[in-house]
Design a protein around this ligand. Sequence first.
Ligand SMILES: Cc1cc2nc3c(=O)[nH]c(=O)nc-3n(C[C@H](O)[C@H](O)[C@H](O)COP(=O)(O)OP(=O)(O)OC[C@H]3O[C@@H](n4cnc5c(N)ncnc54)[C@H](O)[C@@H]3O)c2cc1C
Length: 421
Amino acid sequence: MRFDTVIIGGGLAGMVCGIRLAEAGQRCAIVSQGQSALHFSSGSFDLLSKLPDGEAVADPIAGMAALEKMAPEHPYALIGAEACESYARQAPLILQETGISVVGDCRKNHYRVTPMGKEKATWLTIDGYLTAEDSGQLPFKKVCILNVEGFLDFYPEFIAEEFRKQEVVCHFATINLPDLEHIRKNPSEMRSANIARVFDHEDNLAALAAKIHALAADHEAVILPAVIGINRSDAFEVLKSSVTIPLYLLPTLPPSIPGIKAQQALQRRFRSLGGEYFLGDTVLTAESEEGRVKEVFTVNHGDEPFRADHFVLATGSFFSKGLIATPDSIREPVFGADTLFNPSRADWYTLHFFDRQNYQAFGVKTDRRLRVLRGGSAVDNLYCAGAGLAGFHPIQDGCGAGVSLLSALYVADQILKEKRS
Ligand SMILES: Cc1cc2nc3c(=O)[nH]c(=O)nc-3n(C[C@H](O)[C@H](O)[C@H](O)COP(=O)(O)OP(=O)(O)OC[C@H]3O[C@@H](n4cnc5c(N)ncnc54)[C@H](O)[C@@H]3O)c2cc1C
């Protein structure tokens, strides 16, 4: 099979890179072995919430300029603050065109609420989620937190404890329905995706609306776990339009319904642009010739190679097996790319889970064009985008999705520029 570009990994980075290339008319394939980090998403996309010295970032674009000096190995520093701003402005438009409606501004972080009720600075949040413009500014003073009876991946008590610190009066309510009783027979079935399927049915959605309606008189808003609308995209809109009280979603423990929907929307968009998507296939090896990757081989296609002018490594970090930790090194399994890591394993992590862990910044080394380094030299037609890149702390610095989105767009531009020249 021959393509203009083959992308390995179909998470946020791979999909967005593929969409951009397909929009430009490239014949593009994405090979992806399985679930991505999107299936665990909070419903928000972080751009930059903290600098490496721990200073909070209010304006991510201004923060990137500081980052260029402070952390020259950070993907944003390689891309350059000016280009980052341009991609940060394009990314929400690409998500919107895909059908993922988001709110947020790259010049000012807003606050989202975690499943434990804590506020966290972020860049873009999927429509419908509870956000606050500024810290401590929840948009209500009396709220009802409505859970599904027996749903254990959502914690109204913890959320209320945090809200009360802002002097919000919190009440609780639960909903039960015959269809929920059915999945409750097996406690392990009481998960967000199964519950969301129940609320995809018109009757159940109407019953939920009636329950919310009954709570409206005594509250300023109602909060729901994000278990609305897995196979239909209008469910939350329908629900909102059937009640008179403001409704907000809060993230649950995984699987993440908004993340799954985002992943599906990205796949649909890529395919609608003519992209070929090979889900459930794993790239195992690559053949190179004269400093260029010639072809890659996958589990499902055996001896039949995927050939292309360009290849993009978007296989993620340890979580997605894009990086493998051995006792004394960090390996990138497909191309044997050079990786950045501390030689002494004792320096990889501390025993304090919430510390800044060195291993989180381990990853694939690239040049400034994000071309993968192998044996110290850049491979001409192999780029890296997303969580597998070296040099950043996605959680501590709140830049996970931002690095994936911006590096994906940057890599696509590198490929398109090269094609033109
Ligand atoms: C659990 C979790 C939750 C997160 N939540 C958030 C959040 O809420 N907000 C935020 O801003 N950031 C979050 N992040 C940071 C996250 O890294 C980015 O947001 C982003 O989604 C990562 O996308 P990616 O495409 O770079 O990598 P991934 O999402 O990891 O995608 C890599 C893909 O490559 C595939 N793959 C791997 N190896 C191969 C192979 N050999 N052949 C074929 N396919 C392969 C994998 O199956 C996977 O689908 C989270 C990270 C994790 C791990």
